[in-house]
Design a protein around this ligand. Structure first.
Ligand code: CAA
Length: 241
């Protein structure tokens, strides 16, 4: 049976690597994206993975978008909640908009994306929800009170929902990537990156998106049914929980 996977924020960065790896592993994959049409179309043309545009911070948009994905590919068996944004600022300079944009996308987005597929997974007796949190949700990060709060929330969400899904063979797990070489991380000021971040990574380099995708493929498998509520840290040894 070919399972259907939906990856939010799936056309760039870590999400693109996840969508591509799931396709290579035999899944029918759909990639959601919110903003960059040009990059999304290029991704679709390159990979053959259909792309669907909506904003995960809107519940109504998720209901509509997921309905379109399911009409095209079938019911979603594997949901990867990867979409995320940063609005970094020291807390004394952080605006209410910077706070709410990050909470609405990085935390409420998980409710909005998971709720529409949850009952179907329970009814069919199979589901995989894989949330992409962050090392900064585990350890906190200066300049990221908004992001760290949201990403810590993603871990709590995972642990609660894992308990609800367990009896129905619906697993819920969370991956906490460290600093991965994506556009999001490249936006960090060079001086901060070189002097404050890289020296803290024992493997001595940024991670690669494919190294996170590998964890997702592992958790998505039918054979991973005994793993639920787990947090996988993939951070080059930067932080041990
Ligand atoms: N780790 C350690 N120190 C940091 C730091 C970090 N990540 N970020 C900033 N600092 C330090 C700076 O070096 C600076 O110290 P000095 O005054 O001693 O030089 C001090 O904090 C203030 O920083 P700025 O002078 O840059 O202050 P600013 O107000 O102009 O900018 C900032 C603040 C927006 C937070 C900016 O420093 C910044 O973008 N920092 C990076 C924050 C960060 O790590 N974000 C992670 C993005 S990647 C991501 O989120 C993906 C993921 O999941 C891992």
């Amino acid at each position: 049976m070919t399972r259907v996977a939906l990856v939010s924020g799936g056309t760039r960065g870590i999400g693109a690597a996840i969508a591509t790896a799931l396709k290579a592993a035999g899944y029918k994959v759909a990639a959601n994206y919110a903003g960059n049409d040009e990059r999304a179309k290029a991704f679709e043309a390159e990979t053959g993975i259909p792309v669907f545009k909506w904003d995960v911070s809107s519940y109504e948009a998720c209901l509509e978008g997921i309905a379109k994905v399911e009409a095209a590919l079938g019911p979603v068996d594997v949901l990867v909640n990867n979409a995320g944004i940063t609005r970094d600022a020291m807390f004394h300079k952080m605006t209410p908009a910077q706070w709410s944009e990050v909470i609405n996308t990085n935390l409420t987005g998980l409710f909005n994306m998971t709720h529409p597929v949850w009952s179907g997974m329970r009814d069919r007796g199979f589901g995989r929800v894989i949330n992409i949190s962050s090392i900064n949700g585990q350890k906190g990060q200066m300049g990221q009170a908004n992001y760290s709060a949201a990403k810590a929330g993603d871990i709590g969400f995972t642990k609660a929902l894992a308990q609800e899904g367990a009896a129905k063979n619906v697993t819920v797990n969370v991956i906490c990537p460290g600093y991965i070489g994506t556009e999001m991380v490249m936006a960090v000021p060079e001086k901060v990156m070189n002097e404050r971040i890289l020296p803290q990574i024992p493997v001595g380099r940024l991670g690669q998106p494919e190294e996170i995708a590998r964890c997702v493929v592992f958790l998505a498998a039918d054979e991973a049914g005994f793993i639920t509520g787990s947090t996988i840290s993939a951070n080059g040894g930067q932080y041990f929980v």
